[in-house]
Design a protein around this ligand. Structure first.
Ligand SMILES: NC(=O)c1ccc[n+]([C@@H]2O[C@H](COP(=O)([O-])OP(=O)(O)OC[C@H]3O[C@@H](n4cnc5c(N)ncnc54)[C@H](O)[C@@H]3O)[C@@H](O)[C@H]2O)c1
Length: 318
C-alpha cells in the first residue's frame, strides 16, 4: 500500500492537519451509536485524513448512527450488523465489498456487558450472561479480523480495536475488565495469525470518555476522578478525538512495523504509580493531607506515627 506522506500544521480547531495520511484507504468503522461514540470521532478523523469510510451499526442503533453520520463533512453509508451474528457478518462483508471494492482497514469499537456484570463484586455477579459479553466484546474482534483478511489486498491492511487498559483490576468494571483482558490477548494472537498476510492488529487503550456505553457503567464517575488526580497531561473525558487520532495513526502507513501493540491514549495515566494531585476540595498542602489520612496510624512497635510521605486519598485507584 502506498500512501501519501502526512502533512502537518494546526487546523482552525487546533488539531494537526492529518489530510492525506489515509488517502485512498478503504475503511470499515464499527460501533457508531451516537455522535459521542469513539467510532464516530474515528470516522470523522479518518475521513478528514483522506479515507473512504463505511460505518456499521448494531441494528437497534441504526437510525441513531445514520443521524450521527449525516453530520459528517461527507456523510457515509451505514450497514446494520449484529457483530454476534455470523449471518450479519457475512452480509456486512458483501456490502462493504460492494461499497468500497475491498478493504484496507477495520476499526472495532464494540463492547457490551449486561448491567448485572458491572458494579458490586465479581463474586456477586451472575455468570449466566458472561457469554454474551464475551461474544460481543471479544469474539467479534476476531470475526472482524477474519473479515478484513478476506477483503484486504495482498499489500495487507490494519485492524484497530478500542481497549480499556486491562493490566490491573478496576473498581466496578468487573466482567467487562475481564473481557478487555481477553481482547488484549486476542489482539496478540491476531497479530501472530494476520502478520503473514501483512495485516496488523493493534489496540488503543483510551482513558474514560463520556459515551453511551461508558455512562451506563455504575461508578464511571469514580474512574473520571482517578484520571483527574493522576493523568500528568490532564484528561478531557468529552474529547474522543484524541483516541480517534491514535486509531488513524495505527491504521496508517506511519505504523507499518507496529502490530500486537496496545497504545495508551490516556493522558499518561497508565504510567503513574500514585495520584499526583489532590481531588478538588481536598487539602492542597501535603502535610495537611498526611495528617488527615494518617493521624490514627501508629507504628505497632514503638507507638510513634509512621512517616508516610505520600498523601493517601480514600478511594484512590492507584
Ligand atoms: N468510553 C470510554 O470510556 C472507553 C474507554 C476505553 C475503551 N472504550 C471502548 O470503546 C469502544 C466503543 O465504545 P464507546 O465508549 O464509544 O461507546 P458507544 O456506546 O458509543 O459504542 C459501543 C458500541 O457497541 C455497539 N454494540 C453493542 N453490541 C453490539 C453488537 N452485538 N453488534 C454490533 N455492535 C454492538 C453499540 O451499538 C455501540 O455502537 C468499546 O469497545 C469500549 O469498551 C471506551
Amino acid at each position: 500500500m502506498t500512501r501519501a506522506a502526512p502533512s502537518s500544521g494546526p487546523q482552525a480547531d487546533g488539531r494537526l492537519d492529518t489530510g492525506g495520511r489515509l488517502d485512498g484507504f478503504r475503511l470499515l468503522v464499527t460501533g457508531i451509536a451516537t455522535a459521542d461514540s469513539i467510532a464516530f470521532a474515528t470516522a470523522r478523523s479518518a475521513q478528514r485524513a483522506g479515507a473512504r469510510v463505511v460505518a456499521s451499526a448494531f441494528p437497534r442503533d441504526g437510525d441513531r448512527a445514520r443521524q450521527a453520520v449525516s453530520t459528517l463533512d461527507d456523510p457515509i453509508p451505514v450497514v446494520e450488523c449484529d457483530a454476534t451474528s455470523a449471518g450479519d457478518l457475512d452480509r456486512l462483508g458483501t456490502s462493504v465489498d460492494e461499497l468500497l471494492g475491498g478493504l484496507d482497514g477495520v476499526v472495532h469499537a464494540i463492547a457490551y456487558a449486561p448491567t448485572e456484570l458491572l458494579g458490586g463484586t465479581l463474586l456477586d455477579a451472575p455468570t449466566d450472561r458472561v457469554g454474551i459479553a464475551f461474544t460481543t466484546s471479544v469474539v467479534s474482534y476476531v470475526a472482524l479480523g477474519r473479515l478484513l483478511a478476506e477483503l484486504a489486498p495482498a499489500a495487507g491492511g490494519s485492524l484497530v480495536g478500542l481497549d480499556f487498559d486491562a493490566s490491573g483490576a478496576w473498581p466496578v468494571y468487573n466482567w467487562m475488565g475481564i473481557c478487555k483482558a481477553a481482547l488484549e490477548s486476542a489482539n496478540r494472537y491476531l497479530a501472530r495469525d494476520l502478520g503473514p498476510r501483512r495485516i496488523r492488529a493493534n489496540l488503543v487503550a483510551a482513558g474514560p470518555l463520556h459515551t453511551r456505553a461508558a455512562d451506563a457503567i455504575p461508578g464511571f464517575g469514580h474512574l473520571l476522578e482517578a484520571w483527574e488526580t493522576t493523568a500528568p497531561l490532564g484528561w478531557d473525558p468529552t474529547d474522543a478525538a484524541v483516541a480517534a487520532e491514535a486509531v488513524c495513526f495505527l491504521l496508517s502507513e506511519a505504523a507499518a512495523a507496529i502490530t500486537g501493540e496496545i497504545l495508551h491514549v490516556d493522558g499518561g495515566y497508565h504510567a503513574m504509580a500514585a495520584p499526583l494531585r489532590p481531588m478538588a476540595g481536598e487539602p492542597t498542602d501535603p502535610s495537611a493531607a498526611r495528617t488527615t489520612a494518617h493521624d490514627e496510624v501508629t507504628d505497632v512497635d514503638d507507638g510513634r506515627p509512621f512517616d508516610m510521605t505520600l498523601p493517601v486519598r480514600e478511594g484512590a485507584t492507584r
